[in-house]
Design a protein around this ligand. Structure first.
Ligand code: AMP
Length: 255
């Protein structure tokens, strides 16, 4: 059985995960659940889009077999607590700007794995750090599930698909292209510049783009997510920025 966890407001990125699951599994289960424990900003939780009827139509069209659509009170008891030692993985990048986020993510994903019991679970590279965090939980708790990382789906101009893109005005949509542009700039100069030069150039680029408030740009070791160095076998460029009130993330594997 293949499993795809989502928070709904489904787009072609989500559907690509469903398709990969269908290729690999006899039955595909998708969950839609806007998980309150992973939101560190209550306003972000409130305004998270929830177009359930449209989502159901999209899942039917994609040939998804089972939809799990629980309510918050079905997933959580009162005053539940959860903690897993994610080490430095939860202190860097997203973890630094969204304290507690990955505790909430692991809490809900562990519940979904327990309820659904998938053989394989498909997660997007779009949330690169999330994938690493879930992989760490699977190793620590010896969970019997295989994880597959699926490529990032983008619009034709490079913008990574995201449920949050719904919030972007026409101007902000244009401005948001600076995120993918920053990542491609890093890729283009990866062979010719040092990590330090590359990081500074891209940060300068982002700081001078209109409408963008960058939170971080990092060249990270693809395994540890600490800053990359010459010994890193894999290197990934990751960016997070506000475009207006909307916080977007993106990344690109450089090596
Ligand atoms: P979300 O609904 O944002 O929690 O995302 C659910 C799953 O879809 C996660 O595994 C994401 O990494 C994945 N995902 C989100 N956006 C994309 C995208 N543009 N391309 C591929 N997968 C994505």
């Amino acid at each position: 059985m293949g499993y795809v966890a989502t928070m709904g407001a489904l787009h072609d990125g989500h559907i690509s995960l469903i398709k990969l699951s269908k290729e690999r599994s006899d039955i595909t289960v998708c969950s839609i659940f806007v998980n309150p424990t992973q939101f560190n900003d209550p306003k972000d939780l409130d305004r998270y889009p929830r177009p359930v009827e449209q989502d159901i139509e999209k899942l039917k069209r994609a040939g998804n077999d089972v939809l799990f659509l629980p309510e918050v009170n079905e997933m959580y008891g009162e005053n539940e607590s959860w903690h897993i030692d994610l080490g430095n993985l939860e202190n860097v990048l997203e973890g630094k700007f969204r304290p507690g986020h990955f505790q909430g993510v692991t809490q809900v994903v562990k519940k979904f794995f327990d309820i659904i019991k998938p053989d394989v679970a498909f997660f997007g590279q779009k949330d690169f750090q999330q994938f690493r965090v879930i992989a760490k939980m699977v190793t620590l708790l010896k969970l019997p599930v295989e994880l597959v990382m699926c490529p990032i789906m983008r619009d034709s101009d490079g913008l990574a698909l995201s449920s949050r893109n719904i919030h972007l005005s026409k101007t902000e949509r244009e401005q948001a292209l600076s995120l993918s542009a920053a990542l491609y700039q890093a890729k283009d100069n990866f062979e010719t510049k040092t990590f330090g030069e590359l990081k500074k150039d891209v940060e300068d680029f982002l700081n001078n783009r209109p409408g963008i408030k960058p939170e971080y740009f990092e060249l990270a070791d693809a395994e540890t997510l600490n800053p990359a160095d010459e010994s890193s076998k894999g290197v990934v460029a990751l960016v997070a920025a506000y475009v207006g009130k909307t916080r977007l993330i993106d990344n690109l594997i450089l090596k």
